[in-house]
Structures are given as C-alpha cells and as structure tokens.
Write a protein that binds this ligand. Structure first.
Ligand SMILES: Cc1cc2nc3c(=O)[nH]c(=O)nc-3n(C[C@H](O)[C@H](O)[C@H](O)COP(=O)(O)O)c2cc1C
Length: 174
C-alpha cells in the first residue's frame, strides 16, 4: 500500500484561513489516494516543548510523532504571524526531528492577512524544514485572503487548480 501523507494545519485559531487551505488540499489528496491524515493544531493541543522526557507521555505528542514517523510525505500549511510561521507550528516541529523528515517530500502553503501573501512565512518554514532535513518541494502556494469567504471556505477555482498541481507533485514524490 502507498504511504500516508500527513497534513499539518498550523494555525491555533478557531476561525482560520490556514484551515480553509488545508481542507482543500486534504480533500484533493484523499480523493486521489483514498487515505491521508490530518493534525490540526487548533484541535491537537501540544504542551510547550521544554525537552523534559516527561512530555513523551502526552497522548498528543505521541500521536504527532507516530504519525510523522509513519508518513511518507507531508503537506504543511502555515499562517503568517509577524512575518513568520505560527508559534504553534514551530512548537509542533520542535517535537520532531530529521528522524521524522529525512529525505521525505514536503509540500508547503501559507495563509496570510494580506501584505506579501505569506511569502515570509513560506521562507521561514523552508528554513525550519531545512533544519530537519526535509525535502521541501520547489513549488508552493500562498493564499490571498480574497480566495477565502467569510464562512472559511476556499472559493477560488484557479487557486484550487494550483493546489491540485502541488498535491500531484507531492504524490509523485512520496
Ligand atoms: C499574531 C498574529 C500575527 C499576524 N501577522 C501577520 C503578518 O505579519 N502578515 C500578514 O499578512 N498577516 C498577519 N496576520 C494575519 C494572519 O495571517 C491571518 O489571520 C490569516 O488568516 C492566517 O492566519 P489564520 O490561519 O490563523 O487565520 C497575523 C495574525 C495574528 C493572529
């Protein structure tokens, strides 16, 4: 059986544009492959990483690490917070290491409030993922706030096509 892709939705907020983007790519990949896994950092509460081995007892930490270890690839969507990735996403990645990412393909996308459309968050995420030896795909996606409606639905068809191409690219590399 083909390997699972783990999606990480990096916003801690309830009404999140990041999740709107994650929902689209998660559905696209599930339609093409039948299985995928999602960790939404709004729902998946992790302790603040402090290096204490006692944190290994948290079910949320174990689930994150096991899912990442088993994944053949990742799709990570980050919000842009103060020109970088969210603290919640960085904290989640601090629980992981090259043991989970080495040579695995990772597709990345960002959602922002405007400005430079998440490009700083994407660059920041690439840098962090370099730190865990991930194979980040060259293409990426930055969501414009106008592509997401007030109900949190991603509505832009051209954007869905771009996201579909990214999903294809990821699958080809998993
Ligand atoms: C703490 C914080 C910092 C933010 N900084 C930026 C920023 O630097 N640039 C930007 O375009 N949007 C910024 N935003 C807006 C978010 O990018 C926006 O809420 C977007 O919808 C993605 O975040 P979300 O998935 O949590 O909704 C910030 C939002 C928060 C909560």
């Amino acid at each position: 059986m083909s390997k699972t892709v783990l999606f990480i939705s990096g916003s801690p907020r309830a009404n999140s544009r990041t999740r709107a983007v994650t929902n689209v790519v998660y559905r696209l990949l599930r339609d093409q492959r039948g299985h995928a896994q999602l960790i939404d950092l709004h729902l998946h509460e992790l302790p603040l990483f402090n290096g204490d081995p006692a944190q290994n007892e948290y079910a949320s930490v174990q689930e994150l690490r096991e899912s990442a270890a088993q994944a053949g690839g990742f799709f990570i969507v980050t919000p842009e917070y103060h020109n970088g990735i969210s603290g919640a996403l960085k904290n989640a990645l601090d629980f992981l290491s090259s043991e989970h990412f080495h040579n695995k393909p990772v597709a990345i996308a960002a959602a922002s409030g405007g400005g430079k459309n998440g490009i700083n968050a994407l660059n920041n995420l690439r840098l962090v993922l370099r730190g865990v030896s991930a194979n980040v795909l060259t293409d990426q996606f930055a969501a414009d706030p106008s592509q997401i409606d007030e109900h949190g639905t991603f509505t832009d068809e051209a954007g869905v096509k771009s996201l579909n191409a990214l999903v294809h690219d990821l699958i080809a590399n998993v």
